[in-house]
Design a protein around this ligand. Structure first.
Ligand code: ATP
Length: 743
């Protein structure tokens, strides 16, 4: 949304947290380099606004390093308004380029001259590993470059003294997610959205014609997009550069395809990373795969190469939030940098923002390539990180069923049930649980229509093939009811006894919803008041607000009164008197009994008379509808696979001992906590839950509230307490709290 105003920067009343971070007298240059990615604009916006907020000057450097070398009109001071209305725009408004000149010292000398003349000694680079390597080199050479410039008489000696250090912070913008050290790079999630949209579309036509589709996705050196897309659509086969298929794959693949067809599956999807290779490092092209399928099986086979579509379109909510958080964190890192701090990248671990030494990450990223070149593929997968390894393992488990006689029977029956409101991603979770359960030797049962159905005996065995194609489906195929088990406890216990159910996997929760699917648009001066779901949980309103650049988001967790409403209305009225056209206010459905959506709508309408008009929209159930996003599909799949593995472990542990589930930790909830996946005993959760409002007592995302306000130009304080330290890359691999949570 458009969120500018014409008053000067808000450094007047400086919040306590940021006192040590004054940007006064500092100048920050921001550039985007290498291939573009959706979400880069959100990062640029956050850097500019956070920079201005702390009192620094921020300069756009247009066209990547080329603009830095060329100088002149390529380096321009940015203001609050120059980044308005770009949050939802794909690509990068400041341009990106590959620049040969910057690879030479001569080019970098020119760049240094252009920067130092404007007093820019802080650089924020958004790009891939090449761009970040360049930035690091530049930082190392900086002092020498300045001395050379002084010697040539291009700058005076004082300038060398005054600007003796260049601080560098990187943000990884790359759709490939090919950078070690960060769970997600800016643009990856949006690219996955594009791919999944295409796969969903293709699946309908493939279904009609009984076709095989070979889909080529980007990733010359990194198979992340291919792997996660394959997980998200339940592809029959996937080809990755890091994990080439074993010798004889041609036959295995054809066997798998024909087996799937024999199970009445009307289509096959094969996903190929652009850089797929075999164990001899020979490329495996989409055409080659097609020829093979046609020749061996005679299936009608088509190739689709996605290409640049993957870079296009609007950034997803995830990318906007990720990039906004990274941008703010980057500015904090620049202001905290000392001559001793190495260049760092800001990145994401689970739902946690961290800083990592740039060159260690670059080195590790290059090590992956080296491992692949040397055909050490196991190492390559390991070096990509545990999240990648976990994805690969999960894909293999879910895609390939061992023959029945090869699966050791556990003699355990496990049931899966959906409860609560239907949420996108639930079906993916059920599919994954059923398949992992079967692979672990259990007999799997599905419970239909929640606890109601359970009590009535709607329990049936569910097999591998029954859950085929479930990943992409919205809602809950098993059916779900809001009823709690309380009143049916006896009949449910009876059902569990009669079906000999040893363990129950419950998929659902208090209020779980998919992301907000609507963003406001219009041409007149208009404020949109949008009501979001979530019961008392303000997550959707808050994160939706961050992703859409909202002016206010009212939530239950942060009580507000008439004074807050007044100040918000005044803030917005002032803003709307300037060049801006639109405002956005989100209101969580249960944030206040009396300040209803209608009340807020009427208040803004009255106060905005003559300046703007208002529209309100209650999003309602459309938030739960539609097909699940790639994140929800993978999250559902992965978390459910972990849950089933945990159940298997527990069942094994109690086998033979005659022990029933009695201990506290036999009833757990699995979720992301900070950066890890964590099983938490329900008894513990009880203490941490506000049952009246059905929300946790502590909500991690509340930390992000001030961020939205800062970016909408309120005088909020930003708590930087969980950041600020440079971590070592090793942490990623040695964490004792289980595996990294990213999907
Ligand atoms: P992508 O992931 O999209 O390929 P990238 O940042 O890795 O992004 P590159 O083409 O490798 O893309 O690098 C972008 C630019 O960064 C180069 O055109 C060059 O200007 C600069 N650059 C890359 N590597 C170096 C280096 N070793 N020294 C100096 N500059 C470099």
């Amino acid at each position: 949304m458009d969120d500018v105003d014409s008053s000067s920067a808000s450094s007047g009343s400086f919040p306590k947290y940021l006192e040590h971070l004054s940007g006064d007298g500092k100048a920050i240059g921001v550039l985007t380099s290498g291939g573009d990615a959706q979400g880069m604009n959100a990062a640029v916006r956050a850097v500019v606004r956070m920079g201005i907020y702390v009192g620094a000057k921020v300069y756009f450097i247009y066209e990547g390093y080329q603009g830095m070398v060329d100088g002149g009109s390529n380096i321009v001071e940015a203001n609050w308004e120059s980044v308005s209305s770009i949050l939802q725009v794909g690509g990068t408004i400041i341009g990106s380029a590959r620049c040969q000149a910057f690879r030479s010292r001569e080019g970098r000398l020119k760049a240094a001259c252009n920067l130092v003349r404007l007093g820019i000694t802080n650089l924020c680079v958004i790009g891939g590993d090449g761009s970040l390597t360049g930035a690091n080199l530049f930082r190392k050479e900086w002092n020498g470059l300045l001395e050379e410039l002084a010697k040539n008489g291009e700058i005076d000696k004082d300038a060398v003294e005054k600007h003796s250090y260049l601080n560098v912070v990187g943000m990884v913008g790359s759709i490939d997610n090919d950078f070690c050290g960060t769970d997600m790079t800016i643009g990856t999630d949006s690219a996955l959205h594009r791919i999944i949209e295409v796969v969903d579309a293709i699946m309908t036509t493939a279904q009609s014609h009984q076709r095989t589709f070979v889909l080529e996705v980007m990733g010359r050196h990194c198979g992340y997009l291919a792997l996660v897309s394959a997980l998200a659509c339940g592809a029959d086969w996937v080809f990755l550069p890091e994990s080439p298929p074993e010798e004889g794959w041609e036959e295995n693949m054809c066997l798998k395809l024909s087996e799937n067809r024999a199970q009445k599956k009307r289509l096959n999807i094969i996903i190929v990373a652009e850089g797929a290779i075999d164990t001899q490092n020979k490329p495996i092209s989409s055409e080659k795969i097609k020829e093979l399928v046609v020749k061996q099986l005679g299936f009608d086979t088509r190739v689709t190469i996605l290409g640049h579509v993957q870079r296009g379109g609007t950034p997803s909510a995830f990318d906007r939030i990720l990039a906004s958080r990274m941008g703010v964190e980057a500015v904090v890192a620049l202001l905290e940098a000392t001559p001793q701090t190495p260049a760092c990248v800001v990145s994401l671990r689970g739902n946690h923002a961290v800083r990592l030494p740039l060159m260690e990450c670059v080195q590790m990223t290059q090590d992956v390539q080296k491992a692949m070149d040397e055909r050490r593929f196991k190492d390559a997968v390991k070096l990509r990180g545990r999240s990648f390894e976990g994805n690969l393992k999960t894909y293999k488990r879910l895609a390939m069923k061992l023959p029945d006689d090869k699966i050791a029977k556990s003699n355990c029956n496990v049931a899966v049930i959906n409860v609560g409101a239907p949420a996108a991603g639930m079906n993916a979770a059920v599919r994954s649980a059923v398949r992992v359960g079967i692979a672990d030797g259990h007999r799997m049962y599905a419970v239909y229509d929640g606890f109601d159905g359970f009590a009535k005996g709607q329990v049936k065995e569910i097999r591998w093939g029954d859950v085929g194609g479930w990943t992409g489906q919205g809602g809950s195929i098993l059916g779900t009811k809001r009823t709690l088990p309380g009143k049916h406890l006896e009949s449910i216990a009876e059902q569990m006894r009669s079906h000999s159910i040893n363990a129950l996997l419950i998929i659902g929760g208090f209020e779980t919803c998919d992301r907000i699917k609507q963003s406001a648009s219009g041409t007149k001066r208009r404020v949109f008041i949008i009501e979001t779901m979530g019961g008392y949980c303000g997550y959707l309103a808050n994160m939706g607000g961050l992703a859409a650049g909202a002016d206010a988001a009212y939530i239950f967790e942060e009580p507000f009164d008439i004074r807050d409403l007044q100040s918000n209305v005044e803030h917005l009225t002032e803003k709307m008197k300037t060049t801006i056209q639109r405002g956005l206010v989100l209101r969580n459905e249960s944030c206040s009994v009396n300040y209803t959506t209608d009340f807020i709508y009427q208040l803004y309408s009255e106060e905005g008379k003559g300046v703007f008009d208002c529209r309100k929209n209650v999003l309602g159930h459309m938030q739960q509808g539609g097909s699940p996003s790639p994140f929800d599909r993978n999250f559902g799949t992965k978390i459910s696979a972990r849950a089933m593995e945990w159940i298997t472990d527990k069942l094994k542990g109690s086998q033979g001992t005659g022990k029933k589930f009695v201990s506290d930790d036999s009833i757990c909830v699995l979720g992301i906590s900070k950066r890890d996946l964590r099983f938490q005993p329900v008894v513990e959760l009880k203490k941490e839950t506000d049952f009246e409002h059905r929300i946790p007592k502590e909500q991690w995302w509340l930390k992000l509230r001030p961020l939205m306000k800062i970016l909408a130009k309120y005088k909020a304080s930003y708590d930087v307490s969980d950041a600020g330290k440079l971590e070592s890359l090793g942490h990623h691999h040695t964490t004792s709290h289980g595996e990294p949570a990213a999907i």
